[in-house]
Design a protein around this ligand. Structure first.
Ligand code: APR
Length: 184
């Protein structure tokens, strides 16, 4: 069954999906940006559960309940800090997407929403981050088509343009891809 890829300009905390992905930091104890928004919307119980996870390595992912969020789960991942990972930024960012999908699939998640991991405070150039996000998620879906919908949540029209360019480039390189349906 094909996976629907949806590009949404909006707030990830409002998404009615099984799981939303949090762009966290290694402490998993909250922060600004997406991290701050998700903790604010989920309520204090999310932080309590996160305390028990004892942090998360860059490129890894851990799952919690969503509490007051519409989403049942939050998958916390830690993206690379651009220019500070000894040249492993792209590899670590790809790992974030792959590990989030693995953790989600293990929990039976069928619909999931990603923010632009590392493209804010962590300084990843948006066009590069978008290209890695689309490529990493699409190649994973080819191997394990267990998701009905994957959403990319963007928070500005500039980010939306970057993701559209990334999707168009991917479609150009994989024209016969019948496992993916795009909707923008
Ligand atoms: N919904 C969707 N996207 C959002 C939202 C939101 N509510 N808030 C911010 N964004 C976008 C930003 O515009 C950016 O494009 O998410 C992307 C990721 O930005 P950050 O949240 O800054 O995440 P990141 O760059 O990975 O930095 C992580 O920031 O908040 C701290 O604790 C966090 O230390 C960690 C670091």
């Amino acid at each position: 069954m094909p996976t629907r890829f949806t590009l949404v300009l909006g707030d990830i905390t409002t998404q009615q999906v099984d799981a939303i992905v949090n762009a966290a930091n290694p402490t998993l104890l909250g922060g600004g940006g997406v991290d701050g928004a998700i903790h604010a919307a989920a309520g204090p119980e999310l932080l309590e559960e996160c305390r028990g996870l004892h942090g998360c390595q860059t490129g890894e992912a851990k799952i919690t309940r969503g509490y007051l969020l519409p989403a049942k789960y939050v998958i916390h991942t830690v993206g690379p800090r651009y220019g500070q990972e000894q040249g492993r930024e792209a590899e670590l960012l790809r790992s974030c997407y792959a590990r989030c999908l693995e953790v989600a699939a293990e929990r039976g998640v069928q619909t999931i929403a990603f923010p632009a991991i590392s493209a804010g405070v962590y300084g990843y150039p948006l066009s590069e981050a978008a290209a890695i996000a689309v490529q990493a998620v699409c190649s994973w879906v080819h191997a394990f088509d267990c998701f009905t919908e994957i959403r990319f949540l963007v928070y500005s029209s500039r980010a939306k343009r970057m993701y559209i360019e990334a999707m168009q480039h991917y479609c150009h390189t994989m024209p016969e891809d019948d496992k993916i349906i795009w909707s923008v």
